[in-house]
Structures are given as structure tokens and as C-alpha cells.
Design a protein around this ligand. Sequence first.
Ligand SMILES: CC(C)(COP(=O)(O)OP(=O)(O)OC[C@H]1O[C@@H](n2cnc3c(N)ncnc32)[C@H](O)[C@@H]1OP(=O)(O)O)[C@@H](O)C(=O)NCCC(=O)NCCS
Length: 184
Amino acid sequence: MPILRPWRPADASVLLAASADPELARQLGGRTFDDESAAAAFIATTYRFDGHARNWAIVDDGDGDGDGVVVGNVGVTAIEHTHGTAWTSYWLTPETRGRGLATRALVTAADDAFALGLHRLELGHRTNNPASCAVATRAGFRAEGVERDKLRYGDDRFDVETHARLATDPAPNVTGLRSVVSDA
Ligand SMILES: CC(C)(COP(=O)(O)OP(=O)(O)OC[C@H]1O[C@@H](n2cnc3c(N)ncnc32)[C@H](O)[C@@H]1OP(=O)(O)O)[C@@H](O)C(=O)NCCC(=O)NCCS
């Protein structure tokens, strides 16, 4: 059964391998890691799990004991307590896409964020990323509008559609993943 848990330093080798996928490298801010220690540093500084960010490793974990293989990330970041807002994002390794895992992970991460008292969770996807749009919509994040030319990758600029889910929005009909925070 897949689960969510905080990232661990030992996940660096998986992150290093995963970042070879150009789609994912883009999601990581156009970053490629030189080696495992660079990936470990990224986990320590960016894939944090604290009061400002809750980044969940998506783990394909046959027996549910937390020792499975990391296959993706779903993050609730830029947590802002004054307004009760945060930003969400997600990725999966190419071979684990198409199983609805990102949707289930996003639902769980959102439930966790709402349980902490946040009210509004936002995300944005390039308008030429229909898989991400489908994940957002199925996880109950309503489309709110398109920001033109918001992102630049190389020489190309991309329109971005923003979605948001409020704590008061109807819950989607999706079974989330079990989350384990004991090692946070
Ligand atoms: C976005 C991402 C997490 C979605 O992965 P996933 O959960 O496996 O999503 P799926 O492959 O099940 O696709 C979701 C839906 O989009 C549809 N879809 C996928 N690719 C599509 C395409 N090129 N055109 C139209 N629809 C597409 C799928 O058919 C599916 O809909 P369905 O279940 O109704 O058939 C994954 O593609 C990924 O990691 N991409 C790289 C990182 C990224 O883009 N992250 C999001 C940044 S905003």
C-alpha cells in the first residue's frame, strides 16, 4: 500500500535518479543534482517538514512499514498562518504515473493541512500540463483563472492556471493515502 511520510536523508539516491526526468527537473526549479550529497542537501533545505512546509515523500510500500521506495513528492509549502494559506505541488516518477497516486497523495496532504488550521491551499500548473490539471481537479482544487506568461523555462514562457481548495469546499470522493509522521 502506498503511504506518505516525511523525506529522509537516505532518500537522496532516489531523488538523484528521479531528477533525470526532464519533467521532474523542471518541477525542481530546473535543477539537476551533481551527486547524492547535492540531493541530500536539497532534501534537508527544501523538502522540509516543519511549521513552514510539509513535504511528503510518496512511498510505494508493499507491507506498510514505511520502508518502501520513494516514488514522488506532494508538498504543502509557503505555509502562511496570518491568512491560513499555503502552496501545494506534486510529482511522481514516470513509471508510477497513471495510477491515481498523485490525486490520492494530494487529498491526504490537503486534509492534513486543513487539520492544522489552514483555510486556502493553492496550486498552479502550466496550461499545457493536462495531467496536473486532472489531478488538481479530482482532488477538489477548483480552477480560478489563468496567469499569462507566469513561468519561464529556457526561452519559453508558459501560462499557468491557478487552482485552490478551501477548507469549506466539499471533500472530493477520493480515498487518500495513509500518512505516517512518526519520524518527522
Ligand atoms: C502531474 C503528475 C503528478 C500526474 O501523475 P498521475 O497521477 O499519474 O496522473 P495520470 O497519469 O493518472 O493522469 C491524470 C489524468 O490526466 C490525463 N492525462 C495524462 N496525460 C495527458 C495528456 N497528455 N493529455 C490529456 N490528458 C492527459 C490522464 O488520462 C488522467 O485522466 P484520467 O484518469 O481521467 O484518464 C505526473 O504527470 C508528473 O509527475 N508530472 C511531472 C511533474 C509535474 O508536472 N507536476 C505537476 C506540476 S504542476
